[in-house]
Design a protein around this ligand. Structure first.
Ligand SMILES: Cc1cc2nc3c(=O)[nH]c(=O)nc-3n(C[C@H](O)[C@H](O)[C@H](O)COP(=O)(O)OP(=O)(O)OC[C@H]3O[C@@H](n4cnc5c(N)ncnc54)[C@H](O)[C@@H]3O)c2cc1C
Length: 356
């Protein structure tokens, strides 16, 4: 791998080495076993640094992380994508509203994305959870299982964790009849009775969100469970939209298998409902919380153009940065971050080499 005399590695040599290295890691079958064992942390780090330090480690292999990996791979960056596996839309059988992929099962989406990434020998994948990040811009260290891996930059695409509504039967119906987004899962249940399960935290976006549901069906009920007071103006607009407001506490869900039939109210009443929308509370992953990044309303704050977080050299994209959560915008923000990372690395290299 070393060029005679100089001790440095040419791009071509490096890529050839990377191809062999990548072949060992190539997914989809990469179960993590042996994935990066060839990186021997006990040998002299400095002698290996040029060869094995990644340009970018991406944490999270959902739509955002995969898109970021593709963008950086095509920019000839040396990339490691680490993914823990569990995905946010695991409960959904189909993914909608991703142009050319409408109706694709989420697992299939990931499989095709990984297959396409395998075309780029400079992109490697590791099925492992990143537990810790240390170091600083230029030499960030990532701990994944027993491995410690270094990178110049980090792109966080870890998504968010949903706290599914705590109602008996809700877990089984999440993603099947309880949805977070009508654009993703509305067409298939259009013209049926719908509901919105509100929480006090929803008040800021409640009226426009529920009003828009009328675009899919004439039969919409807002369930407040009497947990908060609806302002008069909100009632007026909802009435204008033909939305019913049900303030009795929601006691349960009546379902037939994975099909929701009605919402059960305290006191015994039932409201027909076949699609129930909700914005459950969300939280960041442990890794994100451990980094102490600046958050805004629970989301990782990023520079709007560069998508760099409050930690220099650490970028973020996808659900963890915004309430506007969907696969395509997640992928788009990762592309933006990826291009900014590439530019930053190129500039850094140029400045290092520039004459004083
Ligand atoms: C039920 C449901 C249905 C949905 N349906 C649609 C739809 O039809 N269309 C649509 O556009 N959107 C849909 N969404 C939203 C969509 O799933 C998200 O917006 C999208 O997945 C966000 O992509 P992401 O890459 O940011 O995060 P995610 O897809 O959540 O991916 C994050 C990845 O990071 C990994 N990860 C987390 N922490 C670590 C760590 N420490 N180390 C390594 N890996 C880690 C996770 O395992 C996961 O694979 C749906 C959401 C839900 C909940």
């Amino acid at each position: 791998m070393k060029r005679k005399g100089s001790g440095r590695v040419t791009r071509r040599e490096w890529l050839r080495g990377g191809a062999a290295f990548g072949a060992m890691l190539a997914l989809p079958a990469c179960g993590g076993r042996g994935a990066i064992e060839t990186v021997d942390r006990t040998s002299d780090l400095d002698s290996r640094k040029d060869r094995w330090m990644y340009d970018v480690i991406i944490v999270g292999g959902g739509p955002a992380g995969l898109a970021g990996a593709l963008m950086l791979g095509r920019a000839r960056r040396r990339v490691l994508l680490c993914d823990a596996g569990a995905r946010r839309n695991a409960a959904a059988t189909r993914m909608h509203n991703f142009v050319t992929r409408d109706g694709t099962p989420p697992d299939e989406f990931r499989r095709v994305a990984r297959e396409q990434l395998a075309e780029y020998p400079n992109v490697e994948l590791l099925d492992a959870r990143v537990q810790q990040v240390t170091g600083e811009k230029g030499e960030l260290e990532v701990r994944a299982g027993e491995r410690t891996i270094s990178a110049r930059r980090l792109l966080l695409c870890t998504g968010m964790i949903d706290e599914v509504p705590k109602l008996p039967g809700a877990d089984a119906l999440w993603g099947k009849a309880i949805f977070q987004c009508p654009y993703c899962h509305g067409w298939e249940v259009r013209d049926r009775p719908w509901g919105y399960l509100a929480r006090p935290d929803d008040l800021g976006h409640l009226v426009p969100f529920v009003t828009q549901l009328r675009g899919w069906t004439e039969d919409v009920t807002l369930f407040t469970s009497g947990a908060f007071e609806l302002p008069d103006e909100a009632r007026r607009v909802l009435a204008g939209a033909g939305v019913r407001v049900e303030e009795a506490p929601v006691a349960g869900l009546i379902a037939e298998g994975e099909r929701l039939v009605a919402v059960e109210l305290a006191g015994g009443g039932r409201t027909p409902c076949e699609a129930l929308y909700a914005h459950p509370a969300q939280r960041q992953t442990e890794l994100i919380l451990s980094l102490g990044l600046t958050l805004e309303a629970g989301f990782v704050q990023v520079d709007p153009m560069r998508r760099e977080t409050s930690m220099p050299g650490v970028y973020a994209a996808g659900d963890l940065t915004t309430r506007m959560q969907a696969a395509l915008p997640g992928a788009a923000t990762a592309m933006q971050a990826a291009s900014m990372i590439h530019v930053d690395l190129a500039m850094e290299q140029a400045l290092e080499r520039a004459s004083p």
